[in-house]
Design a protein around this ligand. Structure first.
Ligand code: AMP
Ligand code: ZN
Length: 113
């Protein structure tokens, strides 16, 4: 999608610090980290949010979770981590391209605020 921030990051039109990439997934460091390690993991297809996942595009979700496990191993996140996707206005979503936050390297409170 032409005016989508994360589509532009995937295409390299906006710079990012790459953490992981394969045919389905791109992951990069969050520009405003909420934990000492904070990556954003996005599908290489424009899916607006978790509310738009269906049988035609859900392969991206499994590929994203495969990427999570690979990144966790590569980054030595053996103490644990959290994966979060914010959806819609009440969910706090600010970028309209499905993405998963991977947060680690500090204790993460539960429940979240
Ligand atoms: P959300 O608020 O769940 O939609 O998450 C969007 C995330 O994208 C936020 O954590 C932002 O800090 C992050 N973000 C926005 N612009 C950039 C950028 N240019 N590079 C890296 N992360 C970004
Ligand atoms: Zn997009």
């Amino acid at each position: 999608m032409d005016d989508c921030l994360f589509c532009k990051i995937i295409k390299g039109e906006i710079p990012s610090t790459k953490v992981y990439e394969d045919d389905f997934v791109y992951a990069f460091l969050d520009i405003a980290p909420q934990a000492p390690f904070h990556a954003v993991i996005v599908p290489k297809a424009h899916i607006a949010s978790a509310a738009e996942i269906d049988e035609n595009n859900s392969v991206y979700v499994s590929k994203i979770y495969e990427a999570v496990a690979k990144i966790a191993k590569k980054e030595n996140l053996e103490k644990g981590f959290r994966v979060v996707t914010n959806c819609g206005e009440d969910g706090g979503q600010t970028v309209g391209h499905l993405h998963f936050h991977l947060l680690a390297r500090r204790y993460l409170q539960w429940p979240p605020g």
